[in-house]
Design a protein around this ligand. Structure first.
Ligand code: NAD
Ligand code: UDX
Length: 482
């Protein structure tokens, strides 16, 4: 029986290993983590992350060929293949702060693997890492190996949160990078391929050299984020000209060379990956003497910041330039629907912007716990481009100005304005007439996700702003926004 150990039981390690265990009954999978609460939750009825379909997969395999444990060293020592799926956040201090990936967790995992191993192992980079990390990992492993053979592979993960299980069941591709130039490297690639081939068609398993695999992951995320910033930049022009961004992106996306996916204008992209990975790409370009390339990619994040600021400015300027003391109902806080994850969610920046203008916020999200929202709004944000523009809100101010409630009607009752910041399906079918009746007039709707039927809401009486859509006559008369 092949034994796999995965270090890191997070959004990637948990679902990925659960699917490997589910699809490969003859493989034994142990997912280990330093966090005791996380492992306890993986072993309970309430898993630590919300992901459609995950519960069923975990319940089918847990205790049979899937185990969650804090006994890291024991499971690493016993494994044939060790996946490393620890977090690789952006560095917040020291050399490369604000851009470079912080590989502290990765390095400590590699050193521990070298320390406890008594048999040869394949070590798989599952985390997203800077190109050439495998070289550093190889050095750590071989300098401490006591004669044991280690083969390092890069097998970046492409799942998106909210659709992790379907993405893992039916991936567009699986990428395996390894030392193609030697027999040991080729054998390691084949061993990992033998796992995936149990459910992924051969032609979707791509084998490359290590550096191509590492860089492909950063490049894929940069390309995806770049599409969103592109359509978001066009959304600003749509509002200025009377074009409709949904019509424009649909017409543009019909060109097969462009494609229709990932062209939804929004209040901005969020999530733990896009910004972090682009900043990392920017840093690598700078380190390799490529400032023009670095600046090109930096612009993707600048447009994303611009889009979030633009949304806040639009709201404030539409409401007579003052929201001080006004109640604003916030619908959605997670960075996208079908996840409770709030890492880099645009809702944080938007809410902080509104709080900075002294609004009273009442927030509803179907999956994000109240404590998480309070934590996110009072945690100082690292200023990635060091221009000092980041708004910091104190814990006291958050406690005084923010309320978290348990449904959309409660959040919007007596609100001067509503902001939709996550595209949860339930926001499409709310009774907006009832909501309108319970709001002071004029009643505003600021839809950051193009969820509502603009014409219908205008008919009810709302003043509606929807990203990239022709402006409400009321908004056209308001002062121009920055
Ligand atoms: P996460 O923070 O949810 O999980 C990481 C886990 O690693 C944590 O539970 C942490 O306690 C654990 N950990 C850290 N150091 C450890 C150590 N030395 N030993 C044992 N456990 C340790 O992170 P995530 O979202 O799962 O992301 C992991 C990696 O995968 C990152 O590099 C990320 O960029 C990449 N990735 C994430 C996604 C995504 O959608 N979240 C998708 C693709 C790739
Ligand atoms: C992303 C990548 O898609 C995935 O391949 C990678 O492995 C991890 O990073 P994730 O961040 O989980 O996945 O979600 P994704 O669906 O990419 O959405 C990221 C952000 O972009 C969300 O805030 C989403 O709302 C936003 N988005 C997405 C848009 O604003 N418009 C779009 O058209 C698509």
């Amino acid at each position: 029986m092949v034994k796999i150990c995965c270090i890191g039981a997070g959004y990637v390690g948990g679902p990925t290993m659960a699917v490997i265990a589910f699809k490969c009954p003859s493989v034994e999978v142990a997912v280990v983590d330093i966090s005791v609460p996380r492992i306890t939750a993986w072993n309970s009825d309430k898993l630590p992350i919300y992901e459609p379909g995950l519960d069923e997969v975990v319940k089918k395999c847990r205790g049979k060929n899937l185990f969650f444990s804090n006994e890291i060293e024991k499971h690493v020592a016993a494994a044939d293949i060790v996946f490393v799926s620890v977090n690789t956040p952006t560095k917040t201090s020291g050399l490369g702060a604000g851009k470079a990936a912080d590989l502290t967790y990765w390095e400590s995992a590699a050193r521990m693997i070298a320390d406890v191993s008594k048999s040869s192992k394949i070590v798989v980079e599952k985390s997203t890492v800077p190109v050439k990390t495998a070289e550093a990992i190889e050095k750590i492993l071989t300098h401490n190996s006591k004669g044991i053979e280690f083969h390092v592979l890069s097998n970046p993960e492409f799942l998106a949160e909210g659709t992790a299980i379907t993405d893992l069941f039916n991936p567009d591709r699986v990428l395996i990078g390894g030392r193609e130039e030697n027999a040991g490297g080729l054998k390691a690639i084949q061993t990992l391929k033998d796992i995936y081939v149990q459910w992924v068609p051969q032609e979707r398993i791509i084998c490359t050299n290590l550096w191509s695999a590492e860089l492909s992951k950063l490049a894929a995320n940069a390309f995806l984020a770049q599409r969103i910033s592109s359509v978001n930049s066009i959304s600003a022009l749509c509002e200025a000209t009377g074009a409709n961004v949904t019509q424009v992106s649909s017409a543009v996306g019909k060109d097969l060379r462009i494609g229709s996916k990932f062209l939804n204008a929004s209040v901005g992209f969020g999530g733990s990956c896009f910004q972090k990975d682009i900043l990392n790409l920017v840093y690598i370009c700078e380190c390799n003497g490529l400032p023009e390339v670095a600046n090109y990619w930096k612009q993707v994040i600048k447009i994303n910041d611009y889009q979030k600021n633009r949304f806040v400015n639009r709201l404030v300027s539409s409401m007579f330039n003052t929201i001080s003391g006004k109640k604003i109902g916030i619908l959605g806080f997670s960075f996208k629907k079908d996840t409770g994850d709030t890492r880099e969610t645009p809702a944080i920046d938007v809410c902080k912007g509104l709080l900075n203008d002294k609004a009273q916020l009442v927030i509803y999200d179907p999956q994000v716990p109240e404590a998480q929202i309070f934590k996110d709004l009072s945690t100082p944000k690292f200023d990635w481009d060091q221009l000092g523009s980041t708004i910091q809100i104190t814990e006291d101010a958050v406690a005084q100005s923010v309320k978290v409630v348990h449904n959309a009607y409660e959040a919007t009752k007596d609100a001067h304005a509503i902001c939709i910041l996550t595209e949860w399906d339930e926001f499409k079918s709310l009774d907006y007439q009832k909501i309108y009746n319970n709001m002071p007039k004029p009643a505003y709707m600021f839809d950051g996700r193009n969820v509502v039927d603009v014409a219908k809401l205008r008919q009810i009486g709302f003043i509606v702003y929807s990203i990239g859509k022709p402006l409400d006559p009321w908004l056209k008369d308001m002062p121009a926004i920055a």
